[in-house]
Write a protein that binds this ligand. Structure first.
Ligand SMILES: Nc1ncnc2c1ncn2[C@@H]1O[C@H](COP(=O)(O)OP(=O)(O)O)[C@@H](O)[C@H]1O
Ligand SMILES: [Mg+2]
Length: 222
């Protein structure tokens, strides 16, 4: 162990999500309005429950994942499949459930956000890579939308940051929901084997290939 008074020790400890001895303070669960007010969920996905389908695979998976969130903290789950099948919306419904029913902290982000935010720290002396990554490790439930968006296989810096975030979240039992528009082959070739392995332990991959296209359905309804 490092000397507890050393700078390196302080930095190491600051990189961990919970490093105080104090028990976490019970916070009241937010109402949906309160959740939206402090939330980073984009407007499009702030739908009321009545405007969402109540039947079918989308709904079944949503209910199954709500249970998983409760009983398997630290899961890494990916919703993978064609565009328009409601993956992002389903993941947002899980964030809502986590915040308003389970009282957990949440964050909505995307791979591109992570990339832009981490590289912006290069120019800012006050903000280090570590302090930025920490923000993605802290929330109890994190959604990374479009997580294997193209640059994943091109940028080593981005890949290693993503691995760091997912590994720390797994180790500290914080659940992560990912969405991906890739095919199974693309997905397996893009994603680090270490992450795939952690994913098989809890969470796993949900394939949405046969799900209805929600964009087309919404257009028909209107
Ligand atoms: N179960 C649902 N019922 C009604 N509308 C939905 C449902 N799921 C998604 N939508 C809407 O359909 C559109 C596409 O959904 P989205 O989650 O963006 O799909 P994907 O992430 O798979 O590309 C969005 O406008 C979204 O709000
Ligand atoms: Mg999406």
């Amino acid at each position: 162990m490092f000397d507890p008074n050393s700078e390196i020790h302080k930095r190491m400890m600051a990189s961990l999500p919970d490093h105080t001895e104090e028990p976490p303070k019970e916070k009241p669960k937010p109402t949906l309005q309160e959740f939206w007010r402090g939330s980073d969920v984009p407007t499009r996905f702030r739908r009321d429950a009545y405007s969402l389908s109540q039947f079918g695979q989308w709904n079944d998976k949503l209910n199954a994942l709500k249970d998983k969130l409760r009983v398997e903290p630290g899961m890494i789950c990916v919703l993978r499949g064609p565009r328009g099948t409601g993956k992002t919306q389903l993941a947002v419904e899980l964030l809502k459930h986590a915040a308003c029913e389970l009282g957990l902290s949440t964050l909505f982000t995307s791979a591109r956000d992570i990339q832009l935010i981490t590289t912006s720290s290069f120019k800012d002396k006050e903000v280090t890579d570590m302090s930025v990554l920490q923000e993605f490790i802290k929330p109890k439930v994190l959604l990374i939308d479009e997580f294997d968006w193209q640059p994943l296989d091109k940028s080593h810096y981005f890949n290693s940051n993503l691995f760091y975030i997912l590994d720390k979240r797994y180790a500290w039992c914080r659940s992560t929901i990912l969405t991906s528009n890739a095919t199974v082959e693309e997905f397996n070739s893009r994603v680090d084997p270490g992450i795939l392995s952690r994913m098989t332990e809890s969470g796993g991959r949900i394939d949405c290939d046969n799900w209805a296209n929600q964009r087309i359905q919404r257009r028909i309804k209107n």
